[in-house]
Design a protein around this ligand. Structure first.
Ligand SMILES: *Cc1c(COP(=O)(O)O)cnc(C)c1O
Length: 383
């Protein structure tokens, strides 16, 4: 079902596509549970509706970066298992424990704080120990792992529910770090289990590993970008290769269409000058809405039945496309990216135009762009 909404711009979020993507990912990972990663407001798609739809489609876990993101979802009524992993001193540990959120612990400082939080909450905290198996970002160094495991086992205030890690290069098929990280992860898990940890879940796979490396699935896969129907990287494949469909369509209403003479400069700096008499269309989206300024002169947009290119600079609120003499009416759709059904470009196309990754393209869409949810009711559900 589609609805016509006349607004300056909109990001349509197709929840039926998201559910179908979750089902496709679950089918690909038969032995593992699925965590719907909805950090950063669901990669720009809206954390709450996406978490709900993912759970309807079979996601057993919801994952966020910050505890505040997780607490907001709990407050909005999202139940089930939930993990958040990006902590800083001060918590909110107690609130997370009270909300039955699994908390990631990467170091001794965090273990000490979560123990205090559990005491304050008057209940046992569910913690997941994170190992740095080579990413060099968050996670406990292998040399410090035994001490962290022992300290967690010795604390009655916490129960270790998970052992986990994160890949550095899973989106580069064949990268030697993948096998090295996997081997080290197995070793660190084996150590913890030998010492008495009985984890509910062991997990290391993000979207690219979920799609291409079945040996990394363990008990749980943490999928973000694939759930939103976007390929982690062109090298991994196209979304359709995995039965995935893009969830977000970004569109705007043409604000002005007009004829201009040859030699007319377009937008700040006059980096585009019309080569001949032509028509221009004004698209009311700019870098304040998350359209990358780096895509000036390059970003693709479907307007008037053809894919055009951003003419000149992307400004804060608007950019222009050269219609090459075609005419469109004000109010006509300019589609920046979507699933491609109408011939529109993809988020991956914009990533290439801006020299970035498609993750950033969807995540950076600003709060001034209303999200319009399509297919909120799950037609596959029995209820
Ligand atoms: C963001 C994130 C994920 C999801 O990554 P995708 O590539 O989007 O699937 C998984 N795990 C951690 C720790 C993350 O930060």
């Amino acid at each position: 079902m589609t609805q016509t909404v006349h607004t300056r711009a909109r990001a349509e979020i197709d929840l039926a596509a998201l559910r179908a993507n979750v089902r496709a990912l679950c089918a690909r990972t038969p032995g593992a549970q699925l965590m719907a990663v909805v950090k950063a407001d669901g990669y720009g798609h809206g954390a709450l509706p996406c978490a709900r739809a993912a759970i309807e489609a079979g996601a057993a876990w919801v994952g966020t970066a910050t505890p505040h993101e997780a607490l907001a979802l709990r407050a909005a009524g999202i139940g089930g298992r939930m993990l958040c992993w990006l902590w800083t001193p001060g918590g909110p540990w107690r609130e997370a424990v009270e909300a039955d959120i699994d908390v990631s612990v990467s170091g001794m400082w965090a273990l000490e704080e979560v123990i205090e939080g559990a005491r304050a909450a008057g209940r046992v905290a569910r913690i997941q120990l994170k190992a740095d198996t080579g990413l060099g970002r968050n996670g406990c160094q292998p040399a410090d792992w035994p001490a962290l495991v022992q300290a967690a086992l010795a604390a009655p205030e916490v129960r270790v529910t998970g052992l986990w890690s994160h890949f550095a290069c899973a989106d580069e098929p064949g990268h030697p770090s993948i096998a090295a990280q996997l081997a080290l992860f197995r070793e660190l898990v084996a150590y913890a289990e030998k010492e008495g940890v009985e984890p509910e879940v062991r997990h290391i796979a993000n979207s690219p590993a979920t799609l291409t490396l079945p040996e990394t699935h363990f008990d749980l896969v943490r999928t973000g970008i694939a759930m939103y129907g976007i390929s982690p990287a062109p090298e991994v494949g196209a979304p359709g290769d995995f039965g995935l469909r893009p969830v977000m369509t970004l569109a705007a209403s043409v604000a002005l269409s007009k004829q201009v003479p040859a030699g007319h400069g377009v937008s700040y700096g006059h980096h585009y000058v019309t080569p001949k008499e032509t028509t221009l269309a004004l698209v009311p989206l700019g870098y304040a809405d998350g359209i990358p300024r780096h895509a000036s002169g390059r970003g693709p947009v479907l307007v008037g039945g053809r894919v055009r290119t951003v003419a000149g600079r992307v400004a804060m609120d608007q950019f222009v496309v050269d219609l090459d003499g075609d005419t469109v009416e004000e109010g006509a759709d300019a589609i920046l990216f979507g699933p491609g059904d109408r011939g529109e470009p993809s988020a991956e196309d914009w990533a290439e135009a801006a020299g970035t990754i498609a993750y950033e393209i969807v995540t950076r869409i600003g709060s001034r762009v209303p999200r319009v949810y399509l297919n909120e009711l799950d037609e596959n559900s029995d209820s």
